[in-house]
Design a protein around this ligand. Sequence first.
Ligand code: NAD
Ligand code: MG
Length: 389
Amino acid sequence: MTAKTVTILGATGSIGTQTLEVLALYPEQFRLGFITTHRNIDRLHSILQQFSPKGIVICDPEACAAFQRTTTYQGTILCGEDALAEVAADGTNDIVVSALVGFAGVRPTLAALEQGINVALANKEVLVSAGELVTTTARRSAASLIPIDSEHSAIAQCLMGERKESIEKIILTASGGPFRNYTLKQLHAVTLEEALRHPNWKMGPKITIDSATLMNKGLEMIEARWLFDLHPAQIEVLIHPQSIVHSLVQFVDGSIKAQLGLPDMRLPILYALSAPQRLPTPFPRTDLAAIHTLTFEPPDENRFPCLRLARQVLETGGTAPTILNAANEVAVQAFINRKIRFTDIPVIIAETLEKITPVGKPSLADIIAADSEARSLAEQIVATLPTKV
Ligand code: NAD
Ligand code: MG
């Protein structure tokens, strides 16, 4: 394998940091291209002590100016959000790791795919908001869209050597989050601190809250629909609190394949960068005898209505998932800002969905319009709710 140049969108985040850890383990296989951050200058300085990227993007103009005043870094420094698409589409990239959070990743991810550059995708909101457009763009330019999300990486691995028509259904596993056994009454009272304490994974704040509401699994159903070109009825969710079986595929003969491993995102990141090759790792091994018990149970959509909302928009299609995603981003941010209760999140999303009519076969302009309409509506709904004490 000749060394691949890897550009990381969102290099200062949880996935970005773990991607850099993987690159550091395999200097012969991977070279760092560009790295980007919203405004995490401290983390950028520490990355530069270890790595020499080709260039840096800092989206926040003030943070960028401050960085330029203080750094001794000699490479290219670009300021502003537009530079994300510019570095994503750079001709020297072999692969772009899309690890921004939220809708902000749509344009840069499309920019890379339009140039025929392969994308390793962590930023699931890109496929939720613009799945059809993103997958047709990839097909047209023959670029690969490789999943980093552990469930989708598991399914891609289970599908190696299989035919599409052999798939009966896929089963996405979910840990169930920190509130798996909570009653509705208990869910009303959960605090931000409790919601940010995920039992199995250490991740950025947005996906951690999404995991607690189970919206993360809802977004992953939509992500899977586009990555594997499935019918909504072929996508199931199963609660598996141990997070060892990362997902499963059931075939038409009734046989099931699953992919197992410890909950460590470096594994799916490495696989996305090296597939179909597997590189030896020094990571801890899964000791099934020590784990002893693996359990599975169906999800409860009454206590976790985000899952039902996601299934509804998956079936509706068009810009319905874009609207759900935007309303969820606003609601999660409002919860993080302590403006609403945990159980207000699905209420805000449902109300936003009721008030906006989705359009089919959306263009990028339709998607951007649906996203911003849903955001402002969701913000209005947040403002009408009683402020949380
Ligand atoms: P994070 O919050 O830790 O990092 C986000 C990164 O994006 C940071 O570098 C930040 O500076 C940058 N960023 C954030 N908002 C931005 C904006 N508006 N413009 C430009 N840059 C921006 O998030 P994360 O946990 O690394 O997650 C990244 C994506 O990967 C999410 O879509 C998440 O759902 C997905 N994902 C994460 C994990 C995980 O273990 N962390 C697992 C599976 C999927
Ligand atoms: Mg996942």
